[in-house]
Design a protein around this ligand. Sequence first.
Ligand code: ACO
Length: 330
Amino acid sequence: MSPLSTVILGTGSYAPGRILSNAELSQTVDTSDEWIRTRSGIRERRIAAPGEATSDMGVHAARRALADAGLQPADIDLLIVATITPDMPMPATACIIQQKLGVPTNAACFDLNAACTGFLYALDTACAMLGSGRYRHALVIGVEKLSTIVDWKDRTTCVLFGDGAGAVVVGKSPVPGLGLIGTKLGALGDSVDLLCIPGGGSNAPATAASIAAGSHFLKMKGKEVFKLAVRVMDEAARDILEQHHLRADQISLVIPHQANLRIIEAISAYLELPLERFFVNVDRYGNTSAASIPLALDEARRTGRIKSGDLTLLVAFGAGLTYGSALIRW
Ligand code: ACO
């Protein structure tokens, strides 16, 4: 008997209702719509309501993915949440979502932190666990409330990020050659300081002084991150194509991590694949880290950009510096 394929059975996403435009942002920080648009391609981002936790956004996206898959929470036996903005440091947001959604108590539930590459790491983990034969249906959620870790006085970072959620339900299919046909993950641990939140962990626990110094906010060396992001995303895309004996022009749609339109344009040029083959929604959401790819994937499916038989390439980079790519046949 041929091995079962690991397939995406349903997708869902959620974005909070509050839209924060560049024009509005430029009233509170020294920036402009023109600067933000030309440097990043971002026009607006979504901001979660004060009482709306990461888990709440994750639940909305998960319900939509389950409905799309025609499954119930009771069918899920593996729940992975990719996030850098959990509801609290412990327990895992996956356990909070399990309870809110009504996923059975015999399901394995855990969080995974690979920053903006988190969804690809979680998808690969889910596929490997499903491949063990011990799980039937996985719910993989990428969700972030980055508005809580951004320093709204720091114009070099606050203009780039937003809140949102995306989810997929993963299961098995007897049809060979469908679904997740390959992944490539990696990390450059020598680049930790390019993108980090220095305060609040075991290395520098929270104190009144650390809070006053803003050590609990995201810090980024933007220029260095930009250069490395282009390099590792290009490599991650090329490696996986080579591994599967594919050419770039055989990809119907690339869904890149939505950090900056200029990074996406650079990857498009390096792969010699027109920008029209790239899904872009960074203009409407900004960078939503682990939520970015599943949110884009859901929008791409719902707007008819992915059809049966298509080959989709997902590619991302994030703090760590982590990177990854995945190929999906629909
Ligand atoms: N508004 C106006 N001016 C600004 C702003 C702003 N929001 N931010 C910076 N500037 C100024 C700078 O102070 C600088 O002024 P100076 O020349 O007088 O010193 C000038 O604009 C140019 O700044 P640069 O940093 O050179 O601008 P650059 O073209 O590199 O663009 C950006 C900055 C958009 C941050 C870019 O470097 C970038 O996108 N980097 C990658 C960021 C990224 O993708 N992060 C991913 C995070 S992933 C994760 O895991 C969370």
